[in-house]
Design a protein. Structure first.
Length: 181
């Protein structure tokens, strides 16, 4: 089974539990910490994947490392580790956050522009694209990319909306090439 599908199943289960308890925001905060711990600490991953380390030692380490986080989050991480799915933790966290954002009507995007967008431009972009995508809110990270020449490019999931000058020039070039064949 695909790792993404498995990660989504764990995320769906925790999302359902969090919805029932009305503590999804707490889960998101805690899972953000979990993602950072597992992404930034290669020694932790090595320890958890080592065949000579028994399950009890792994559980003790996780209990100490994740102290202060919600019990449901810690237990889910322990379950993933016990089932030798440590590598899925970042995908699991991403899937969970996506579930929460979908429930709230939030879409996350990356906006590429030649310069940093002003607050007014960001607000206009958020309003227009949120409406276009059928969401309540659009949250995005602005990435400055001088190679675009002008305009903006927006990436939402696997979809790219290209309104850049370099993108338009590329489309014109392809049209001319196709017309000359």
């Amino acid at each position: 089974m695909s790792e993404i599908v498995v990660a989504k199943r764990y995320a769906d289960a925790l999302f359902q539990l969090g919805s029932e308890k009305s503590i999804l925001e707490k889960y998101v905060e805690d899972l953000t910490v979990v993602r950072e711990v597992f992404s930034n600490n290669k020694q932790l991953n090595t320890f958890l994947l080592h065949p000579k380390v028994n399950g009890e030692q792994k559980e003790q380490l996780l209990t100490k490392s994740l102290k202060g986080l919600h019990t449901d989050v810690v237990n889910t991480v322990k379950l993933l580790v016990a089932r030798h799915r440590t590598a899925l933790i970042p995908s699991f966290v991403d899937a969970f956050v996506k579930n929460v954002n979908d429930a709230k009507g939030i879409e996350v995007a990356t906006v590429y522009s030649v310069r940093e967008l002003t607050d007014a431009e960001k607000q206009n972009l958020q309003l227009s694209f949120a409406k276009r995508l059928g969401k309540n809110t659009l949250e995005f990270n602005n990435v400055v990319d001088p190679s675009l020449i002008g305009g903006i490019k927006i990436r939402v999931g696997n979809t790219i909306y290209d309104g850049t000058i370099s993108g338009k020039l590329g489309r014109i070039k392809r049209e001319i090439t196709v017309a000359n064949i």
